[in-house]
Design a protein around this ligand. Structure first.
Ligand code: DP6
Length: 327
């Protein structure tokens, strides 16, 4: 029996999006990306290796996962077993601290926490950079959830060169995000499959690679200048171009719903009234609004004309991963 290790990782929202792989086995992205780690949403995962177990036993929010759902996690644990020499099956207990049915990205915090807890339980001592590379093999966005604050994932060209590093942590200026949690619609396509279809079929993909390079440079400068307007403008542009790729894929798809457009229009109306706020969206209908903390009340008041108070969650920049070991 190995020691029991618990890791806590926060989710992150990309401001310059990752949308496409160039190597699906090594999980190398087509472009770099930049994100903000949030304080409000996190995953806590406990792992121990147990040679009495025939197969990995994975419990998610109190429910034991069946084989098909557990497969992606077991494949990731195989990689850790391969790298560490650990041969036993693992007991994994994961709790997602994301408000019920929020449907906000959990693979980022999930695989970051799993990478940290499982590698340490398997006897490995990894630096944050090594942990970032390892988390990448579970889910691309997990690469960034090792670190707090603003984070950049360098695309790289092989396993060694593709990892994230902090750009600014702690974040010492007033930037927050409001998550607008919208009614769940059946997800048209997973992020993994959606981005693969886009890379394979969108005639605009080469333009995405080019414009993302410029967005990365501009975003680094905006973060370092602590310029909310610039951060928001670039983030909105990157998100809309990513979603335009989906509409240009074959067959076309979109994660937008009618409520998504209502939330976007509310942000635009607020901006017309002089309030500095911007939106971004990931592989789902939820809208995340980038704004200053001092404006969250006026923004949530406007949103409440269309949405219930429980659908609005205000989050601040959050910390990097933490790991604790039991005896
Ligand atoms: C839209 O990291 O979920 O949130 O690497 O296939 O696991 P896989 O995909 P995932 O994709 C995240 C896409 C995104 C943008 C981003 O987080 O950069």
């Amino acid at each position: 029996m190995s020691k029991t290790v618990t890791a806590k990782a926060h989710t992150n929202i990309a401001l310059v999006k990752y949308w496409g792989k160039r190597d699906a086995t090594l999980m190398l992205p087509q472009t770099g990306s930049i994100s903000l780690t949030l304080d409000h949403f996190y995953t806590q995962t406990q792992v121990r290796f147990n040679d009495q177990l025939p197969t990995d036993q994975i419990t998610f929010n109190g429910t034991r996962l069946a084989a098909p759902q557990a497969q992606r996690i077991s494949t990731f644990l195989d990689l850790i077993r391969q790298q560490s020499g650990q041969t036993a099956a693992a007991e994994v207990v994961t709790t997602n601290h994301v408000p019920t049915s929020a449907g906000l990205a959990s693979s980022a915090s999930g695989f970051a926490a799993l990478a940290a807890a499982a590698s340490r339980a398997a006897g490995m001592t990894l630096t944050p950079t090594e942990l970032s590379r390892l988390a990448r093999r579970g889910s691309g966005s997990a690469t960034r959830s090792i670190f707090g604050g603003f984070v950049e994932w360098h695309a790289g060209h092989d396993d060694q060169s593709s990892y994230a590093e902090p750009l600014q942590d702690p974040v010492d200026w007033d930037i927050q995000m409001i998550a607008v949690v919208l009614k769940k619609s059946p997800k048209p396509i997973s992020s993994t499959a959606g981005m693969a279809r886009v890379v394979a079929t969108s005639p605009y993909y080469p333009a995405w690679i080019e414009t993302t390079k410029h967005d990365l440079t501009a975003m680094r400068a905006a973060i370092s200048a602590r310029d909310l307007e610039a951060v928001g403008t670039i983030a909105e542009r990157s998100a809309m171009r990513m979603h335009a790729l989906n509409l240009s894929a074959e067959p076309a798809f979109t994660y937008f719903t009618a409520d998504t457009l209502t939330a976007i229009n509310t942000v635009k109306d607020l901006r017309a009234r002089g309030i500095n706020c911007y939106y971004t969206l990931d592989a789902g209908p939820n809208v995340k609004i980038i704004c200053a903390g001092r404006d969250t009340t006026v923004i949530t008041t406007a949103l409440k004309q269309a949405f219930a108070a429980e659908q609005l969650i205000v989050a601040k920049p959050g910390p990097g991963i933490t790991v604790t070991e039991d005896a």
